[in-house]
Design a protein around this ligand. Structure first.
Ligand SMILES: Nc1ncnc2c1ncn2[C@@H]1O[C@H](COP(=O)(O)OP(=O)(O)O)[C@@H](O)[C@H]1O
Ligand SMILES: [Mg+2]
Length: 405
């Protein structure tokens, strides 16, 4: 199963390009599911399934995937409406959880993370994506605007960690209260949380695994490009593979005033410069909105230029641990980041915490590194781009509590 997340700032053309790419994938790669996690759904509009204005709304949200008529292969579309499924049980669960943590002796870093666990909507959207993925060869996700998407993508990691590290919290509680002292609602909350974490971990593996990538859509404007750069850095830091950048709505051809087409050409050059290590494609500003199967496939073919719809060919970074004499190091991909924006720490549980501005990644260290101490960190340039290289020294008999870069 291949997974492609199409992400970018609001209005840049994510939905249009996700739909175009999904059509090409259905044609070239097999059974494809196109999902939207943006509450402002427009997939079916873009695919021309909503018909004239009077009928808009008919297909907007469906509980099950709907086949796209006229697709050049098997393509289903699903617009997730998390709000409709919002269940107060989740809110209760979070409340209970907060209570459980108090006094359970949980690592402060973990507690901080729990406070940052995003909204219920996000949890549900991710779970739904996961639950429908079975039976498809390809999953294309039309993401919500960047900020929400980043929150969404950081979520499984946060919750997984919450459960795997927060527990043996249940044992701690059992020790505090004695099993008889655990109320049925506590037991229920723990069970629910464990189940949730299991499902979210499966979704995380789906969206960050070796078969998943993120494609960034942007437009030839300075402000949008700047946001795209930050999104790229954050996604890479969080462990996602960005497979390329599509600059959408580029004014090319005779019909545009020279001033605009020149500005766009300059911005395209700037994009190629800033994303020098990534494939950068562009889509021309179409005379008519690209709506409907035919127009979308045409757009996809221009952008892809005959390449695999699911892989524009960027080199995949890895967070492998490598030995260097008596030392070990671990690389975390951080293209475009400045050292000042990065912070690292090692928890008592042996997790490496990397902070980039407001974004956090927690990497469970392999046993060999748990016996080491962080001796420093540097920004290095490797064949897969800029990395934060965390150095570990072995044979030290104490743990590093906290190291700042
Ligand atoms: N290459 C293009 N040429 C012309 N119009 C486009 C192009 N790509 C997208 N659009 C139009 O731009 C608007 C926003 O696109 P959309 O895909 O909905 O963006 P997003 O999902 O990022 O908010 C839509 O009206 C869409 O038809
Ligand atoms: Mg959209």
């Amino acid at each position: 199963m291949r997974v492609l997340l199409v992400a970018g700032k609001g209005g840049v053309g994510k939905t249009t390009l996700a739909a175009a790419t999904a059509l090409a994938a259905a044609r070239d790669r097999g059974r494809t599911l196109l999902v939207s996690t943006d509450p402002a759904h427009s997939l079916t509009d873009v695919l021309g399934m909503t018909g004239d204005a009077g009928r808009v709304g008919e297909w907007r949200v469906a509980a099950e995937p709907v086949a796209v008529p006229d697709a050049p292969g098997d393509l289903d579309v699903l617009q997730i409406d998390t709000r409709a499924r919002l269940d107060s049980a989740w809110t209760t669960l979070r409340g209970t959880l907060g209570g459980l943590l108090d006094g359970a002796g949980v690592d402060p870093l973990v507690a901080e993370e729990i406070a940052a666990v995003p909204g219920v909507d996000d949890v549900l959207a991710l779970l739904e994506v996961g639950s429908y993925a079975d039976g498809y060869d390809v999953l294309v996700v039309d993401c919500a605007p960047t900020a929400e998407t980043l929150r969404l993508l950081a979520l499984p990691e946060a919750l997984d960690r919450l459960v795997s590290r927060g527990f043996p919290m249940d044992r701690r509680i059992a020790r505090l209260l004695g099993p008889a002292g655990m109320s049925p609602s506590t037991v229920e909350a723990i069970d629910a949380l464990e189940r949730l974490a299991r499902e979210l971990t499966a979704v995380r593996d789906l969206v960050t695994g070796p078969h998943a990538s993120v494609r960034l859509v942007t437009t030839p404007e300075r402000v949008v490009l700047a946001e795209t750069e930050r999104a790229r850095t954050t996604l890479a830091m969080l462990g996602h593979h960005v497979d390329g950048v599509v600059v959408n709505r580029v004014a090319v051809g005779e019909n545009w005033p020279a001033a605009i087409s020149e500005r766009h050409r300059d911005m395209l050059v700037a994009a190629r410069d800033r994303f020098a290590d990534l494939p950068v494609r562009f889509a021309p500003y179409a005379d008519a909105e690209p709506v409907g199967v035919e127009a979308l496939l045409e757009l996809a073919d221009v952008v892809l230029g005959g390449d695999d719809p699911l892989d524009l060919g960027a080199v995949r970074a890895s967070t492998e641990v490598r030995a260097d004499g008596d030392r070990w190091f671990l690389d975390v991909s951080v293209p475009g980041a400045h050292l000042d924006d990065l912070d690292i720490a090692v928890t008592a549980d042996g997790d490496l915490v990397v902070d980039l501005g407001p974004h956090r990644r927690v990497i469970a260290l392999p046993p060999v590194l748990r016996r080491c101490e962080v001796s420093g960190a540097s920004l290095d340039l490797t064949e897969t781009g800029q990395v934060l290289r965390v150095h570990f020294d072995r044979d030290l008999d104490h743990w590093s509590a906290s190291v700042r870069s």
